[in-house]
Design a protein around this ligand. Structure first.
Ligand code: SIN
Length: 282
């Protein structure tokens, strides 16, 4: 296997690997897993694998989960379809920086995304290294956020465009999750800045040390959250991947965020994503 690093911060392409082989080859799978932990997102071209092989490979990391709003392939539970047709209005949730499903108490540990069909140009995906985003924060900000926690909501994201009854039913099934603002990566022990587009507010900001009068709570808390969320936008922490059919990205959802660039309308774009169940954050 040849490993070609794509930026100084994040991302590597794995060359000379067939993921179907890694379903049964423990050594190869261990090598891919090690590269994933090191580079946070790894990419492969020309993976002409079946949906069953896609699912079987992803399941080597752990059990898969479906998505309550995006549908899955009926024959392959756990394989979420992210399909865009030329006649579809732009989905608002696609082009924002996020880690997948942080509205779950245990957000996914990672995902394996395969491109089935893509426009000839456009529709790239970008990833950001949130370990580096934390490490390079000013020291006073690190101190300020050390014990902060934040709420993450499916209601305010996927639910926002739904009629109220549907939105409240979604919220009842998936109540807002609370995660530390600085998460410890369960495998590497690294500190990760863990707020994104699903984060609605800081849940324990309003203490006497931070808030003398009501005016200090807001915009104090909202400015701080906006600043933290904006760290993923810094190009030095990012990699950008150009898709071709049968290209695959595997990312560590605990230490990265991603952004699907929606510049390709009116074209088809068909992606299939296996999301792997992760750990609780505390
Ligand atoms: C995702 O947000 O998980 C999918 C990214 C993409 O479609 O490029």
């Amino acid at each position: 296997m040849k490993v070609e690093q794509l930026t100084c911060s994040i991302g590597a392409e794995l060359v000379g690997v067939n993921l179907a082989d890694a379903v049964h080859d423990d050594g190869l799978f261990a090598e891919i897993r090690a590269q994933l932990l090191k580079h946070r997102v790894v990419f492969l071209r020309d993976q002409d694998i079946t949906r069953a092989e896609h699912v079987a490979f992803a399941r080597r990391f752990g059990e898969l989960e479906d998505h309550p709003v995006a549908g899955s392939d009926p024959d392959h539970p756990g394989l979420v379809r992210i399909y865009k047709r030329p006649d579809q209005p732009a989905d608002r949730y696609e082009n924002s920086w996020h880690s997948d499903a942080t509205w779950r108490e245990a957000p996914p540990m990672g995902c394996v995304l395969r491109c089935v069909e893509c426009p000839p140009v456009g529709g790239d995906t970008m990833w950001a290294n949130m370990v580096e985003a934390y490490a390079r924060l000013p020291e006073d900000v690190k101190l300020k956020i050390a014990d902060l926690r934040a709420r993450h909501s499916i209601e305010a994201s996927f639910g926002a465009a739904m009629p109220i009854e549907k939105r409240l039913a979604l919220k009842a099934m998936y109540p807002d999750a609370e995660h530390p603002v600085v998460r410890t990566h369960p495998e590497t022990g690294e500190k990760v800045l863990f707020v994104n587009a699903f984060t609605t507010h800081l849940s324990n900001y309003h203490t006497p040390e931070r808030v003398r009068f009501g005016q200090d709570a807001n915009p104090g808390a909202s400015d701080l959250l906006r600043y933290l969320i904006s760290q993923a936008y810094i190009p030095e922490y990012q990699v950008r991947w150009r898709w071709k059919p049968n290209s695959i990205a595997i990312w560590d959802n605990r230490s990265t965020q991603h952004y699907a660039v929606m510049d390709y309308s009116p074209c088809h774009r068909k992606m299939e994503r296996a999301g792997i169940i992760g750990d609780k954050t505390y």
